[in-house]
Write a protein that binds this ligand. Structure first.
Ligand code: NAD
Length: 370
């Protein structure tokens, strides 16, 4: 039964250029949107997610229901389960893997450091091992992070800038991933693209991210804490709307060359790429709060405190010239518009005044994301 669903979900509807993609972390924020977008254009998609409880598992279940409506089957399992992976690669000839499963978040490393090593380091190796052992090696596109720039102060961040001063275990685990990608490309000829996402936000987003819990707390009349840098400088992020990130992911899959296998081909070695996917427009966190206040028509109760050394960096700012040139990446949504869509989703779907649909049986809901 299980295998039938996997095969059907992996079937390519779009000819002649359709692809068949294993999306890991498919019940996650980016994974759900990317899987849906692939499916909509007729690609074969199989999801994989372990539904861990890092944040609200019922939100992940609601995303799963959304995916199931669009015909994407989601396998419940861990990326470190080698047996499960080899079974999946035996069942389906995946042309691509979009590897998004990871332990996200910076501060959680102070609670559960091991989860970053297990999911982001060992988990990536497990995926690359499965891919290189597959009869037909898929191209890999995976989520690195803007956090690899760490304490770099040269802005905007370019792919060629130094990444040897991570500020958090999360950043270090993503940086380790980039080194590991180099090894699997070099030895096994895997085609690998790493995408450095910059603070992704939007409908179906992550409750552990500031824009999400600020919205929750402003609505509840609770005070929100805004951090400022040690020198009183403002904290800024290059907030990037989810649809723009998805466009970048799909463009990366579409421009990924085939893996060559060990030794490369006459045409040369297998492809190894890294791209910034950001918005090139950093916004101070105080401005984020002001936009939320306008959309929510409510005032925030603010508490401003000095930023602790918890792994957060003071600002992020992407140079996206390379992604523009090589991928045709073109972010189109500014923070004002993107947050409007988020707030609409939050109020009409996630937590309407009548009570969260998530706790209402039988209402798995539909996407309010245009
Ligand atoms: P998310 O937490 O919503 O999604 C990750 C998903 O992976 C979750 O559903 C989780 O259950 C699953 N997962 C985690 N460990 C797993 C494991 N061992 N086996 C199977 N499934 C596992 O996060 P997201 O915001 O959608 O992020 C997607 C990717 O992008 C992650 O790799 C993240 O590190 C990266 N990223 C995200 C952002 C952002 O702002 N959202 C920024 C930079 C990088």
């Amino acid at each position: 039964e299980w295998e039938k669903h996997v095969r059907s979900s992996a079937r390519i509807r779009r000819r002649p250029f359709g692809i068949s993609v294993l999306v890991t972390g498919a019940a996650g924020f980016v994974g759900t949107h990317a899987s849906n977008a692939l499916r909509r254009r007729g690609d074969g998609v199989v999801g994989l997610d372990n539904f861990n409880n890092y944040y609200d598992p019922s939100l992940k279940r609601a995303r799963q229901a959304l995916l199931s409506k669009s015909g994407v089957f989601l396998v419940e399992g861990d990326i470190n389960d080698a047996l499960l992976l080899s079974k999946l690669f035996d069942l389906v000839t995946f042309t691509h893997v979009l590897h998004l499963a990871a332990q996200a978040g910076v501060r959680y490393a102070m609670v559960n450091p091991g989860s970053y090593v297990r999911s982001n380091v060992a988990g990536l190796v497990s995926i690359l091992e499965a891919a290189r052992s597959a009869t037909s090696q898929p191209a890999i596109v995976w989520a690195s992070s803007s956090s690899v720039y760490g304490l770099n102060t040269q802005v905007p961040f370019s792919e060629s800038h130094r990444t040897d001063r991570p500020a958090s275990l999360y950043a270090a685990s993503k940086k380790a991933g980039e080194e590991i990608a180099h090894v699997y490309n070099h030895i096994y000829g895997l085609s690998i693209t790493g995408l450095r996402f910059f603070t992704v936000y939007g409908p179906w987003g992550r409750p552990d991210m500031a824009y999400f819990f600020f919205t929750r707390d402003i609505l509840a009349g609770k005070s929100i804490t805004i951090f400022e840098g040690s020198d009183g400088a403002t904290i800024a992020r290059d907030f990037t709307y989810i649809d723009d990130i998805v466009q970048g992911c799909l463009a990366s899959l579409d421009t990924a060359q085939k893996s060559t296998g060990s030794g490369g081909t006459k045409q040369g070695p297998a492809q190894l790429r890294v791209f910034n996917l950001g918005n090139t427009s950093p916004v101070p966190v105080v401005e984020l709060v002001a936009i939320l206040e306008r959309h929510l028509k409510m005032k925030a109760k603010r508490k401003v405190v000095k930023m602790p050394r918890n792994g957060d960096v003071q600002f992020t700012h992407a140079n996206i010239s390379l992604a523009k040139k090589e991928l045709g990446y073109h972010p189109t949504t500014n923070l004002q518009t993107g947050l409007k869509k988020f707030v609409k989703w939050y109020l009409t779907y996630y937590a309407p005044p009548s009570g969260s649909y998530l706790n209402k049986k039988g209402r798995s809901g539909s996407s309010s994301n245009s």
